[in-house]
Design a protein around this ligand. Structure first.
Ligand code: ADP
Ligand code: ZN
Ligand code: ZN
Length: 721
């Protein structure tokens, strides 16, 4: 008899095991979805393997072998490589394998979905000539013979009653077929540049050196995209597939346009703004080898390639490459794994590489290629505005006179401006106007937020509350100011100052509609607006040559966070934002407003000096014992009832405290999330594998002792606050 071993997902059961079902008479193979009986229910499972067993072996089973009910797929959804990848992920991220399959596959094909993924369309095709047709009928049939086939709706529109008649005569027949992905229209082809010396060097280093991974550290505007396109072309000539990853959908329209200009319509796109059907269609395009180049965000790293030659990860430092719920993978690790298996080249590119990657390149684990020069040979001039001074001089705390003047000049010259306001949340913080002191939470070392309705300060991390102090604890002045504003308020402010200016605002509120990103950016590119204003989604990657001024309103907002990576995040954001100015012929300028202009993150960004920043920051990480000198793993226990979350954490703590070679930090209460209390334990150690082993111990004990809290494990969490 034929036995299928099937993974199933069940809410109360996290066991990573398969269940066996008889499947004689079914065409079923590894990697297909099946419907199986489970208890009183029917659920969807995922076949791990199928084996033939003898009647004797079957009889030896101590339970009744049930049969699968039906098979959902005609062919396996995953090839061997992706199957192995799921196994690897399950081990590495300490999650059940079924969760990895869910993570790898697009929604319509997930093992929990019974969705009819095939959307059918009705077509007609030419079938045969017959005698005794009217003149009109002959003309139409002749046209159909030429066209061979056509969507039925189009056919009816074109030929109306004659068309119907031909169908009833059997000269044209109707059939159904799976809907094909609409490949985006071809872009008019753009300029192909001759590479300059540093670009050529980069291309050669990737193609002709043996290193698998290259870190391409190229300043903003050094022409990295052109390097990717040349590499992609070289790989296509070797008949290899190419994957280009970008961190956010706001960057995909520009990248897609440039890739399509070069490679025509033969490009699949894959990002979170596509609906399920569109994702499925793009997925099938790759699976069926109809396209060989994919541009996409994080989840595109799981596309079903089978002869991959190149993976490019643009803006490799970006935090959106990390998945922070479910299977907490980092896209870079998956890319690395897939590159290994395919023996493909992996190019990690950035103007501000992550500390981890740059440190690896330094050690020679990655090949380091630097592109220090801009294409136009000039960097924008950066001006730092000390906001405490500006406010003392009675300037607006939103925008200094220096920035207002600079905007005015650009509008006069018909040049464009980008304004960046980076702030998570819109509540104001309390700052001393004399010494710059910010009221911080005593527990969390994060800036407290002012809540107007209640007239108190609150910590958004631990929920502690305090009255507004009368005097500054640092200098005893009483010159408190509430500061902070949203993009919306800023837009109003600028519109009043510059009534003629056309403004586009891009933030989470204005871009949730489909194609909103694309449309805004296209309009800005055509100079339909003078000022583009927004949150960090506009800081990166954009290439508009008429932008000669970038204003950053609160340059040190990121430094007020407790996270050990706050300086790195601040530097990245400033450097990337600077990179948007003066990309064309005209000289660019950047104005950074900040309260702590002396901080090395701000100073280094102002001088475009990544190397000094790297040295400073590595020094700090070394002293404080943070990555990349150590590894971190977080274990978070969540439950609606605080005691139950604590119980879980305490069990873990008692298991871990005796272990040598790791430091156990916590248990620490984090802020509530979606009504759940969360208690975290942080493991810190020099050996990554050991942390995984210990985390796995905790995971198993947690299940074994039937703890009520949910346990989430994150190997190398990006944020600690
Ligand atoms: P990066 O991705 O490094 O920020 P881009 O690839 O966007 O830089 O290139 C910056 C600008 O320079 C783009 O407008 C691009 O079209 C142009 N460019 C790139 N390579 C060349 C070249 N070899 N010669 C002339 N212009 C180039
Ligand atoms: Zn707090
Ligand atoms: Zn003070």
């Amino acid at each position: 008899m034929k036995l299928a071993h099937v993974f199933i997902e069940h809410s109360t059961m996290h066991l990573d095991r398969t269940f066996s079902y008889g499947c004689d008479g079914f065409a079923v193979y590894r990697g297909m979805r099946v419907v199986v009986p489970f208890g009183a229910k029917e659920i969807v499972g995922f076949v791990e393997r199928v084996e033939e067993i003898s009647a004797q072996e079957a009889a030896a089973y101590d339970f009744e072998i049930k049969r699968i009910i039906r098979v959902l797929d005609e062919e396996p959804l995953l090839n061997e490589e992706l199957f192995e990848l799921a196994n690897m992920m399950a081990k590495r991220y300490i999650v059940p394998r079924i969760a990895c399959f869910q993570c790898i596959l697009p929604a319509k094909l997930k093992p929990r979905s019974t969705a009819k993924c095939r959307k059918l369309e009705t077509w007609v095709r030419y079938e045969k000539d017959i005698a005794s047709l009217t003149k009109k009928q002959q003309v139409v049939l002749e046209a159909m013979k030429e066209a061979k086939e056509m969507l039925r709706t189009t056919y009816y529109q074109m030929y109306k009653s004659v068309g119907k008649k031909l169908i009833s005569l059997g000269c044209v027949t109707v059939f159904e077929r799976e809907a094909q992905a609409v490949l985006g229209c071809e872009e008019p082809s753009g300029p192909v540049f001759d590479l300059n010396a540093q670009q050529q060097h980069a291309v050669d280093a990737v193609l002709h050196h043996s290193a698998m991974v290259t870190l391409l550290h190229g300043v903003t505007g050094s022409g990295k995209t052109e390097v990717f396109l040349h590499l992609a072309k070289a790989m296509r000539e070797r008949d290899k597939q190419v994957l280009i990853l970008v961190p956010e959908i706001s960057l995909t329209p520009q990248m897609i346009a440039r890739v399509k200009q070069r490679f025509g319509a033969q490009v699949a796109i894959y990002h979170s703004a596509l609906n399920e059907q569109e994702k499925y269609e793009q997925y099938q395009l790759v699976k069926k080898h109809q396209v060989d180049i994919v541009v996409g965000t994080r989840s595109a790293v799981f596309m079903p390639f089978d002869h991959l030659g190149l993976i490019v990860m643009d803006e490799e430092h970006d935090t959106s490459y990390k998945q922070d719920r479910g299977v907490r993978y980092h896209c870079r690790d998956i890319a690395l794994q897939r590159a290994k298996i395919h023996q493909a080249k992996l190019v990690l590119a950035s103007a501000t590489p992550s500390l981890e990657s740059y440190a690896r390149a330094h050690k020679g684990i990655y090949q380091l290629v630097e592109m220090p020069k801009r294409i136009n040979e000039q960097f924008p001039q950066v001006k730092l505005v000390e906001m405490r001074e500006a406010v003392k001089k009675k300037e607006s705390y939103l925008m200094s006179n220096a920035l207002l003047d600079a905007i005015y000049t650009r509008l006069q010259r018909k040049e464009q401006v980008i304004l960046l306001l980076n702030r998570r949340g819109y509540t104001p913080i309390l700052r001393c106007m004399e010494c710059g002191y910010v009221q911080m939470c005593p527990n969390c070392e994060t800036a407290m937020s002012y809540h107007k309705e209640e007239g108190v300060l609150k910590c958004h991390i631990c929920d502690s509350v305090m009255p507004v102090p009368t005097h500054c604890p640092s200098c005893h002045s009483a010159a408190w100011r509430y500061m902070g504003m949203g993009t919306q308020k800023l837009e109003e402010f600028i519109q009043i100052k510059f009534p003629q200016a056309k403004i586009i605002r891009m933030d989470a509120d204005t871009t949730h509609k489909k194609h909103a990103h694309e449309n805004y950016l296209r309009d800005f590119g055509k100079h339909k607006a003078d000022i583009l204003l927004g949150t960090q989604m506009i800081a990166k990657g954009l290439d508009f040559e008429n932008v000669t001024l970038v204003g950053i309103l609160n340059g040190d907002a990121l430094l007020n966070r407790s996270d050990y990576r706050s300086a790195e995040l601040c530097y990245d954001l400033l450097e990337q934002a600077c990179g948007r100015s003066g990309r064309g012929e005209k000289q660019g300028e950047v104005i950074i407003q900040a309260y702590d202009t002396k901080h090395y993150a701000i100073q280094c960004a102002a001088h475009h000096d990544y190397k000094t920043f790297f040295k400073n920051e590595m020094n700090y990480r070394h002293l404080a014992g943070y990555p990349p000198y150590t590894y971190l793993t977080s274990l978070t226990f969540s439950h609606k009832q605080e005691e139950l979350a604590y119980q879980g954490a305490q069990l873990a703590f008692s298991l871990l405290k005796a272990k040598s070679e790791v430091r156990v930090l916590g248990p620490t209460a984090l802020h509530k999330l979606r009504g759940e209390c969360r208690i975290r334990i942080l493991l810190k150690g020099k050996q990554e594998e050991l942390l995984t082993v210990y985390a796995k111990d905790v995971y198993e004990q947690h299940l074994y002792k039937k703890q009520k809290a949910r346990l989430d494990i994150d190997l190398s969490p990006l944020y600690l606050d």
